[in-house]
Write a protein that binds this ligand. Structure first.
Ligand code: FAD
Ligand code: SF4
Length: 495
């Protein structure tokens, strides 16, 4: 703690976002380039170096937050990068994408704005790359053991990097044509430019990790055959089986899943397509689902030039402050948050039916109606109470040429056959069963990430990848020095 009074003398300042009118005309990240470094040292000074740093506990990676806050405030970027990478393989991803449960748990947040932990993290991560503090770390010697990792999302990549650095020969199998899982084709470019992902993948290649893209295990290569070819297999296939909305008119053209829509927009950015065949340009868009996937659809539709965009959330509008009774500090509260996409919707008035930004709360979809050619034209909704019972007389109709369903995911997609071919035991809620050491019921097969935890966050997926790597290393060699930040049954801090 370079300045013991920093938290009293310096107000919180976040990395400023670019003006809305400017950023919606491109797909670059929403923040002002170069505007973070000049402010971040003073922001890191706000950290109180708490005796019991709750920020640290609120992060599943156990990030050494007070340590790197201190190093940044002292301008020691190399040491800060070392401490950051000691617990997180991919801080440039979490620094951009994490909802920051650490900040909700920051002791300062009891009665003041929290330390800008996420901004400090991304500043260190970017500085590390610019300054050459993140070189490839190939192993000194090889163990002679082989591991197949199925899935190249953050869980699979973290597991692969840990196991490669520990000396095992690792191949990552990915059914998509490019690597990165939901960070590649789900999360839009304006939240994280893919160059960050590509740079990290280059580092992994230089360390010796092998990648096999366009290879669906279960379809292009048999899962049992894969198991027989490797000493261990890690299943990190994500939870991409989407939830459906069974209301009349669901079959109309133009009613699609968010994860049918977002990948096409991302493919335009990758240069695969001139324009998206599902582009929102000139269309009235309604997003059904109030979560982050819905917000990603919102920002994408705005950039594609939609005529209007409205987002429906079945839950009541949350308050601006945490409810101390239900979600006391240091838990992560459900409050009214203004993401960059919501800020854009607010300033551009994309939703004539909404008061503040694009969101209509306590809104339940009743049905869709279409035209003679079978294309959706409107969405009928009703306001509901906390028990989701309709409020009489509250029915209304929104124009809708494109409806995006963003209702979450129920578990891993079984369509490729991997789960059934291996005979993996499953939980009643649809995720892969595993024991306390991340092992499935099939010897030598481990499960990690959303496939086993259920729909979660990148920071949890990285923690899963690191922990499963330690378990696999132990299985292969009898013991492991690799860190295991979480157990398979750990959950976010709650009351
Ligand atoms: C639109 C969207 C936006 C999100 N935004 C955020 C955010 O801003 N911040 C955040 O923290 N979290 C966010 N999340 C959640 C986060 O992306 C996930 O929790 C995380 O990616 C899970 O990582 P994973 O490695 O377990 O799985 P995934 O990222 O889903 O990766 C699994 C990979 O396995 C591959 N695969 C599946 N089956 C096979 C097979 N049979 N053979 C070969 N490969 C296979 C898939 O193609 C995929 O690439 C978002 C999710 C979505 C859908
Ligand atoms: S809880 Fe907040 S103030 Fe305390 S050590 Fe962590 S970041 Fe610093």
């Amino acid at each position: 703690m370079a300045d013991p009074k920093g938290f009293m003398t310096t107000p919180r300042r976040d990395w400023p976002r670019r003006p809305v009118e400017e950023r919606v005309r491109d797909w670059h990240e929403v923040y002002v380039p170069g505007a973070l470094l000049p402010i971040i040292g003073k922001q890191a000074d706000r950290c109180m170096d708490c005796g019991i740093p709750f920020c640290h506990d609120a992060c599943p990676l156990g990030n050494l937050i007070p340590e790197w806050n201190d190093l940044v405030s002292r301008d020691d970027w190399r040491a800060a990068a070392d401490r950051l990478h000691a617990t997180n393989n991919f801080p440039e991803f979490t620094g951009r994408l994490c909802p920051a449960p650490c900040e909700a748990g920051c002791v300062l947040a009891i009665n003041q704005p929290a330390v800008t932990i996420k901004n400090v993290e991304v500043a260190i991560a970017d500085k590390a790359w610019e300054s050459g503090f993140a070189p490839p770390q190939p192993p000194d010697r090889l163990s002679g053991r082989t591991v197949a990792v199925v899935g190249s999302g953050p869980a699979g990549l973290a597991a692969a990097q840990q196991l490669t650095r520990a000396g095992h020969t690792v191949a990552v199998y990915e059914k998509d044509d490019r690597l990165g899982g939901l960070m590649r084709y789900g999360i839009p470019e304006f939240k994280m430019e893919k160059r960050h992902l590509d740079r990290r993948l280059e580092q992994m290649r230089a360390e010796g990790t092998k990648f096999r893209t366009s290879t669906a295990v279960g379809r292009d290569v048999g899962a049992v055959e894969l198991r027989s070819r490797y000493d261990a297999v890690v299943v990190a296939t994500g939870a991409t089986a989407w939830r459906e909305l069974s209301v009349p008119g669901r079959e109309l053209a133009g009613v699609v899943q968010a994860m049918e829509y977002l990948p096409l927009a991302n493919r335009v950015r990758e240069g695969d397509l001139e324009t998206s065949p599902m582009s929102a340009a000139g269309r009235h868009v309604v997003i059904v689902g109030g979560g982050d996937t819905g917000a990603d659809c919102l920002g994408t539709a705005v950039r594609e030039g939609a005529a209007s965009v409205t987002q429906l959330d079945i839950y009541a509008q949350p308050g601006a402050d945490r409810d101390e009774e239900i979600e006391p500090w240091p838990t992560y509260p459900k409050i009214y948050r203004m993401s960059a996409a919501h800020e854009e919707a607010r300033d551009l008035r994309t939703a004539p039916a909404a008061d503040v930004d694009a969101r209509l709360f306590a809104a339940s979809t009743l049905r869709f109606e279409g035209d003679a050619s079978g294309c959706v034209r409107s969405l009928h909704l009703v306001e509901v109470d906390a028990a989701r019972s309709p409020l009489p007389g509250s029915e209304r109709t929104l124009p809708a040429d494109l409806v995006l369903l963003a209702l979450g995911f129920s578990g891993p997609d079984r369509g490729d056959g991997l789960i059934d071919q291996l005979g993996l035991a499953m939980e009643p809620r649809g995720t892969i069963t595993r024991d306390a050491s991340f092992a499935t019921n099939v010897p030598g097969v481990f499960a990690a990430g959303d496939a086993a935890r259920g729909q979660s966050l990148i920071v949890w997926a990285i923690a899963e990848g690191r922990a499963v790597a330690a378990a696999v290393d132990s299985y292969l060699t009898g013991s492991s020095q690799l860190p295991a930040p979480i157990g398979p049954y750990d959950r976010p801090m709650a009351v």
